[in-house]
Design a protein around this ligand. Structure first.
Ligand code: LLP
Length: 415
């Protein structure tokens, strides 16, 4: 699934750098990203949107490393954030606040102040109570907050229930039927400026139909608003395009956007997207080393030095990540449970994978660029992995491996 991964003379390599050399220099576990894959993924959106008023706002939550953000900032991306912390990261990476949209159901007053001071592009408001709070905060600062309502179009995105967000039963967005009324109210508040509309129905979408269905509903609402004199400047259709982890056949960016762009033909609003996974997912892998092989009666275990704290998706969603040996080995392949050192039965990275490996060998977990490092933790006092970005023949260390001391630096024992 990773476009820039290939077989070289020293085993697997990403762009022009062997993974073995990376492990040698930076240790394991390490997240490894390909700059070229990031650029290619972003360019696919740019090409599909060429000639239109459009903004691609990378969903920072998928991977918020400054190294990754800076690559997108240099390409002119906007950013979709969900916290003040993500806004700080975007600015630290050289991103343009004027291209930031702020999603999320729980924006605090402090986060609103921070975003207003930075001059973000738009607040994607998710409740009636939020417009009152935002109006108040903006008025205290003598500012006018640009807003869009994130509407919940109540379509089934046909994805994992944990990552589907556009159904009535989800906590996200405002109910479609109430949107008109909310826009009227927002338009009457002195410190808000109605700017757009947003929706996001779910993640890892493999079928373009539900998003087109959502867009149809959204456009109908936009027209009803216009008829009332509430003209919107932009339409944000969220993120969600899926990637290939195993044998999925996701639509290409062009196939995914095609039906949407057809619906949008002839319209003047700017069109925005908030892709996360499809920009970074297959641009990254998690490099880890086999510590022990533990043959068993029912199962064989390959215990590696990465764990669920590094890559939570298998434990959390039963997600599949391909596991490949970095260097060929002349030993018989066996089926292994790939597990980490954490004291939980749920600490697995993959089930029942055929691998020809020996202790000390490197393996790579593919498609780990999205929601990998970003969801990592320090469970079991495990320092978070290092992160490197490969760029042709060069390797940039974009995040040092954490030290154990740093993990408890903010703590104090009782005397
Ligand atoms: N915009 C909004 C408002 C979102 O909630 C999300 C993702 C995105 C954009 C980006 O969606 P994407 O293009 O990445 O599908 N941790 C889960 C995924 C959670 C997605 C949450 N929202 C996973 O590992 O699969």
């Amino acid at each position: 699934p990773t476009p820039t991964l290939s077989q070289g003379c020293n085993g697997l390599q990403l762009e022009d750098v062997s993974l073995a050399a990376i492990a040698e220099t930076y240790g394991t576990p390490t997240y490894v990203y390909s700059r070229r894959a990031l650029v290619e993924a972003f360019s696919a959106y740019q090409r599909a949107l060429a000639g239109r008023r459009a903004l691609v706002c990378y969903a920072v939550k998928a991977n918020s490393s400054l190294g990754v953000l800076s690559v997108f900032a240099q390409l002119g991306a906007g950013f979709d954030i969900v916290s003040g912390g993500e806004l700080s990261r975007v600015l630290a990476a050289g991103g343009d606040a004027g291209k930031v949209v702020f999603s999320g159901v729980g924006k605090s007053r402090a986060e609103m102040r921070q975003a207003l001071a930075a001059g973000i592009r738009c607040f994607n408001v998710e409740s009636a109570a939020e417009i009152d709070r935002l109006n108040e905060v903006a008025s205290e600062l003598g500012k006018v907050a640009p807003i869009a309502f994130r509407v919940n179009p109540d379509v089934d995105p046909k994805t994992h229930p944990y990552i589907s967000t556009g159904l009535k039963s989800n906590k996200f967005g405002v109910a479609f039927d109430t949107a008109l009324e909310l826009y009227r109210r927002a338009a009457s508040l002195s410190h808000l400026r109605v700017s757009g509309i947003a929706c996001h129905i779910g993640s890892q979408l493999l079928d373009p139909a539900p998003i087109a269905e959502a867009a149809t509903k959204v456009l109908d609402l936009v027209d009803r608003l216009a008829a009332e004199g509430i003209a919107l400047d932009h339409i944000d259709l969220g993120g969600g395009l899926g990637i290939r982890y195993r044998d999925e056949v996701p639509p290409t960016v062009t196939e995914y956007l095609g039906p949407l762009l057809k619906l949008l033909d002839g319209r003047t609003e700017e069109i925005c997207f908030e892709p996360g996974r499809s920009l970074v997912g297959n641009a990254g892998l998690l490099l880890t080393r086999v510590e022990y092989l533990k043959p068993g009666e029912e199962k064989n275990f390959a215990i590696v030095d990465a764990a669920m704290n590094d890559l939570a998706r298998p434990a959390l969603y039963d997600a599949y990540h391909e596991v490949v040996a970095v260097q060929p080995r002349d030993v018989p392949a066996r089926n292994y449970e790939i597990v980490g050192p954490i004291c939980e039965s749920g600490d697995f990275l993959a089930h029942d994978r055929s691998l020809a490996v020996e202790p000390g060998d490197l393996v790579a977990l593919l498609s780990a660029g999205a929601y990998g490092m970003a969801m990592s933790s320090n469970y079991n006092t495990r320092p978070r992995a290092a992160e490197v970005m490969v760029d042709g023949q060069r390797v940039h260390l974009i995040r040092q491996r954490e030290t154990v001391e740093s993990l408890y630096a903010l703590e104090s024992p009782l005397s």
